[in-house]
Write a protein that binds this ligand. Sequence first.
Ligand code: PGA
Length: 250
Amino acid sequence: MRKPFVAGNWKMNKTIAEARELVEKMSAEIKDVATVEKVFCPPFTALATVRDALKNAECGVGAQNMHWEEKGAFTGEVAPNMVKELCEYVILGHSERRAYFGETDATVNKKLHAAQKHALVPIVCVGETLDEYESDRTQEIVSSQTRLGLAGVSADYAAKIVVAYEPVWAIGTGKASTGAAANAVIKDFIRSTIADLYGAETAQAVRVLYGGSVTASNAKEFFTQPDIDGALVGGASLKLDEFVSIIKAF
Ligand code: PGA
């Protein structure tokens, strides 16, 4: 049985003081929800604060990105062992990184290998843009992002990763996909690609999330789908009541 998983991607929001205030309030509300794996991904600057504030709430903490190199002349970047000092999870290949910061399937793959080396749990994002969706290329894009992103990763490690299906047209737009449509993409294009690479058992073990305009009012629609194991939540993860309700929607 795959444990339900809800992660909040705060993107570039919240100072340290604001982050502390929000998670202290959330912590009290969610500490008793043991059936769901809860992960907070604040900006790098707030990781330690969020981790400490959540100490008693059985929550995980994750970075939103990292570099694949161990160290060196890469101004502005953060190495895997630096991330590992602070947290256990890392989001890789978010569509905003692909769109604005030159992230490609090849760099996602390098980062995934680095995450494997440092025993970090990656949340690997895949998803088609509006153009690709409208020209019927969802299968092609999502399958190849999954295949190229995971290339060369061991089967043992592949079973432990988290994949997030985030159609780009649904992110931050208020226009979520539907439970049935997202489930079909996850089952037919993501799990089936993982099954091709690693076999059916690994494909069934991998947790796959839906992301894109998830709110308290539509969370259940996604969480009741057989192939959707949870959500990567952006905007709604910054709102106390919304995020608590999403976690409790399982
Ligand atoms: P959203 O973002 O929930 O605000 O659409 C999701 C994400 O980008 O991970």
